[in-house]
Design a protein around this ligand. Structure first.
Ligand code: B12
Length: 471
């Protein structure tokens, strides 16, 4: 996906007259040697790196490569990895400065300070290395008027890569898709969540948002928009207003957002459908009220979750759900409640994620108190790069083997429960994932371009019409 944070930062810097180049290593899937080679050929005065905590290990490596080649260049890191673990990152890597939370103003002030050789203590919102120790400055005030920001600097990014990355949902598969951000901040306190923008919510104007979508449509022929927001549906009036604009401007564009089960209503969902909404992702997390309460899913009940699924489907919108498996307090009983929930709601698109304590979250502190976090914090944060493939910390009373087995068998049961209802929709989802993996393996094995093209063409020919007849 388009890294929007970097997009905004690049746009602000450019507006101030700086030359900016973006290297999206993730998008290109560059191997380490290639990255080293590219860096050796680039000219720059300051480098900024962004990533989630799952990129901690990689950023350590990347910073060391840059420092080796250009010892005098300042390396600045931002995004969740810097916000959540600034001191750890500075202590254990060649990164010089960590930017906390929103980066636009802080990074542009930093660049000016570095350029003019000023001290960094006047730049709010950073941790930095100074005389062999780590110093920090006052927190930066949040950007209250998000409309004051320019649109992301799309032209600096490999847009076609993101636009054609529509594999992960049958709802927009084959469409030209891109992500936008509209809201910053979240007032809820879920224990597993990081609050990169704090509790106070700032929203863009719906006018500005629709203008951005229009621009994306005009410049890149975008057909589908994904919201990159924690909580797009926080304010009903705002969502309503956004829908009115999308309808009155006859935008004819699909979109998907993250919802919250206590914030939806039949009327709003139907309006959203009319305005182009085709998919809502809900973090259901569990089918057990006890677990929901322990996770501090404020205002959320199992009944509300069921209502939300029913209402969303009635409105014609696809429901996507995610669940967290193995939170503290998880028992065979609570797992059964989650499976019963899936069975009752006949949810087709869902995923179980292992509970993972991320730094600077309440769950992290809970895991620490339980004595479950490894004592070497640096190694632990490094291991977050593996969070998708295995569980990293066992927060339950099950043994590790039991936990893995329970998750696998829960996934199997959930699928069996659907039986013949494994609809076309799910079939397509799986097909796409296989297709993606196959394409990747072709690439890795250096298959000739023509083979890749033929496979891509054929699978597109088969899949596209199937998506069109989706129920
Ligand atoms: C969209 C999204 C995704 C997308 C795309 C992520 C992406 N490419 O950015 C997808 C679906 C892929 C995703 C996946 C995951 N996500 Co996610 N995601 C988000 C979400 C909802 C919005 C991110 C966003 O676009 N924000 C809008 C832009 C404008 O803000 P931004 O990216 O944060 O950028 C600002 C600052 O961070 C900073 N900044 C950013 N880059 C840089 C660079 C420099 C140099 C500087 C100085 C500053 C800077 O300035 C920017 C502008 O103010 C956030 C929640 C949130 N509130 O941030 C979670 C969030 C980032 N995700 C999170 C998690 C945990 C995950 C997963 C691990 C979940 C999972 N179980 O699989 C995966 C990991 C993926 C991976 N490969 O590592 C956590 C991160 C926790 C952490 N400590 O890292 C968050 C914060 C959710 C939460 N509330 O806990 N995610």
């Amino acid at each position: 996906m388009l890294p929007l944070g970097l997009g905004y930062i690049a746009s602000v810097l450019r507006k101030q007259g700086h030359n900016v180049r973006i290297l999206d290593i993730n998008a290109y899937g560059y191997a380490p040697e290639k990255v080293e080679e590219i860096i050796s050929k680039l000219e720059f005065d300051v480098v900024g790196i962004g990533g989630l905590s799952s990129t901690y290990k990689y950023i350590k490596w990347l910073a060391s490569v840059i420092k080796k080649q250009r010892p005098n260049i300042k390396i600045v890191a931002g995004n969740s990895v810097a916000t959540a673990s600034p001191e750890l990152l500075l202590e254990n890597s060649k990164v010089d400065i960590a930017v906390i939370d929103e980066g636009e103003i802080t990074f542009s002030e930093l660049v000016s300070a570095i350029k003019e050789g000023r001290r960094l203590d006047g730049v709010k919102g950073i941790f930095y290395k100074e005389d062999g120790r780590i110093a920090s400055t006052q927190p930066r005030e949040r950007i209250a008027d998000l409309d004051s920001l320019p649109f992301p600097a799309w032209d600096l990014f490999p847009m076609e890569i993101y636009i054609n990355n529509s594999m992960n949902s049958s709802v927009f598969f084959g469409k030209r898709v891109i992500n936008v951000s509209s809201i910053r901040g979240c007032p809820y306190d879920c224990t597993f969540c990081l609050h990169p923008f704090g509790r106070k919510v700032h929203m863009r104007s719906t006018k500005g948002l629709v203008e951005e979508i229009k621009e994306l449509k005009k410049r890149y022929r975008i057909q589908f928009i994904n919201s990159s927001d924690d909580l797009f549906m926080l304010n009903k009036n705002w969502v309503n207003d956004f829908c009115d604009r999308m309808i009155s401007e006859d935008m004819d564009i699909g979109w998907s957002v993250a919802g919250r089960v206590n914030l939806v209503s039949e009327e709003l969902l139907q309006k959203m459908y009319r305005a182009g909404c085709r998919e809502i992702s809900y973090g259901f997390e569990s089918g057990s009220q006890v677990m929901l309460d322990r996770m501090k899913k404020r205002g959320v009940t199992v009944e509300l979750a069921e209502d939300a699924i029913r209402m969303t489907r009635n409105a014609g919108i696809t429901v996507r759900g995610s669940f967290i498996f193995g939170m503290p307090g998880e028992t065979e009983e609570t797992i059964k409640e989650t499976l019963d929930f899936l069975k009752r709601t006949r949810l087709h698109i869902w995923r179980f994620f292992y509970a993972t304590p991320y730094p600077k979250t309440e769950l992290y502190e809970i895991a620490k108190e339980m004595g479950r976090l490894p004592s070497d914090e640096d190694k632990y944060i490094e291991s977050l790069s593996e969070m998708r493939t295995t569980f990293l910390v066992n927060l339950t009373d099950f043994s590790n083997e039991e936990l893995v087995k329970l998750k696998e068998s829960a996934e199997l049961t959930a699928r069996r429960n659907l039986g013949l209802e494994l609809t076309l929709e799910e079939f397509i989802e799986r097909w796409q994932i296989r297709r993606l993996l196959f394409m990747r393996s072709l690439r890795e094995r250096g298959a000739p371009k023509t083979v890749k093209m033929i496979f891509s063409k054929v699978s597109n020919k088969v899949l596209r019409p199937m998506c069109a007849v989706k129920p």
